[in-house]
Write a protein that binds this ligand. Structure first.
Ligand SMILES: NCc1[nH]cc(CCC(=O)O)c1CC(=O)O
Length: 375
């Protein structure tokens, strides 16, 4: 396994040492530095080391894996390091964290969300300003079924083409005069954090495009049996982001039968509002891959339970579960089943299934090893 370690804080004589795991992409490193800087500020005598690595998602160029959202591509090898105590915490884009974490791993903290919207980026030198301006047949670079499905719904005359690679790579491919792309769509959050906000031509949001579950938030994963690290990272949590993220992740958990589907969301924490109490406003959609069918729901729901307990985590998850149930009542199940079937008959499905089996096998070994060390 190729990892690199960089110690930038001088060890304090009495301080503890914590190791932070991350992917090695530029965005992942920027987000890890945000977490480390916040930890250093709160724990000036502790030392934080960063261990970075390439995950399967960084290495594997099989587009189908990504468009199908094969599980744990970005997280599994890092979770192995966590369970083996090679690192004490992992910094992820929350969007890339599966809704089911391996046994022994939990979310320790969710930091304040950057702008969660998607962003439209025109090719360098383009005079077009919005999706509406693009002539029929223009090519949008995206490998995301969520983005593709929602775009096709409103812009059936536009064409989608896969665009793989990290943010810098995708921008380079877009600007290559030889490339087919008129534009690409990326998360605004990544661009903003990388100082590339100048590249954003337009922000996309409902009704055109609902963002991904967890988009724009940073998640910190820790061992479930590590009260010390749990206490360390807890103060980094931004409560409104945390509650919205829990609702979104529960919605996804309830809808997906293990496969990744075009689910879009927009969630807003409305805060303490006198008699109305703490509420969350959620919009959610699920679309067929070609954009011809979709189910959308929207509501404002209370987070205060009957006992008067404020801001309960359980209630946040209930919101997601309830919204998912409403979507299923309105026929989301038919869309989800069709996606599952197309996944099974896709020529690349065998390759995806093979990779998923590999991931599951690796996960099983990891858990077995973990259980053995606990006995
Ligand atoms: N692996 C894709 C990924 N995961 C997180 C981000 C951006 C940051 C975020 O959404 O939190 C991206 C790139 C993108 O969608 O543009």
């Amino acid at each position: 396994m190729s990892t690199s370690t960089d110690t930038t804080t001088a060890p304090a004589a009495t301080g503890k040492v914590y190791r932070i795991g991350t992917r090695s992409s530029r965005l992942a490193m920027i987000q890890t530095n945000i977490v480390r800087d916040a930890l250093v500020a709160l724990n000036p005598t502790a030392t934080f080391e960063i261990t970075s690595m390439k995950t399967m998602g960084d290495k594997d160029k099989v587009t189908a894996l990504h468009s199908f959202g094969a599980k744990s591509l970005w997280t599994l090898e890092l979770e192995a390091l966590l369970l083996e105590k090679e690192v004490d915490l992992i910094v992820h884009s929350l969007k890339d964290m599966p809704t089911q974490l391996p046994p022994g791993c939990i979310i320790g903290s969710i930091l304040e969300r950057e702008d969660p919207r998607d962003a439209l980026i025109m090719k360098a030198g383009s005079t077009y300003k919005s999706l509406d301006d693009l002539p029929a047949g223009s090519v949008i670079g995206t490998s995301s079924v969520r983005r593709g499905a929602q775009i096709l719904k409103r812009y059936p005359h536009l064409k989608l083409e896969n665009a793989r690679g990290n943010v810098d790579t995708r921008l380079r491919k877009l600007d290559d005069p030889e490339s087919l792309y008129s534009c690409i769509i990326l998360a605004a959050a990544g661009l903003i954090r990388m100082g590339l906000q100048d590249r954003i031509t337009a922000y996309l949001s409902s009704p055109t495009l609902l963002h991904a579950v967890g988009q724009g938030a940073i998640g910190v994963e820790i061992r479930s049996e590590d009260p010390d690290v749990s206490e360390l990272v807890k103060p980094l949590t931004h409560i409104p982001t945390y509650l919205c993220a829990l609702s979104e992740r529960q919605l996804m958990r309830t809808l997906e039968g293990g496969c990744s589907v075009p689910i879009g969301v927009e969630t807003k924490f409305l805060g303490e509002d006198g008699e109305k109490g703490n509420r969350v406003h959620m919009k959610a959609s699920v679309s067929s891959v070609d954009g011809t069918q979709s189910v959308e729901v929207e509501d404002t729901l209370s987070l205060d339970d009957e006992s008067g307990l404020k801001l309960s985590v359980t209630r946040a998850e209930d919101v997601g579960r309830l919204m998912a149930a409403r979507m299923l009542e309105q026929g989301a199940g038919t869309i989800l089943d069709a996606i599952q079937r197309s996944k099974d008959t896709d020529p690349q499905a065998a390759k995806v299934a093979e990779k998923e089996t590999e991931v599951e096998e690796a996960m099983r070994k990891l858990v077995e090893k973990q259980e053995a060390t606990e006995q």
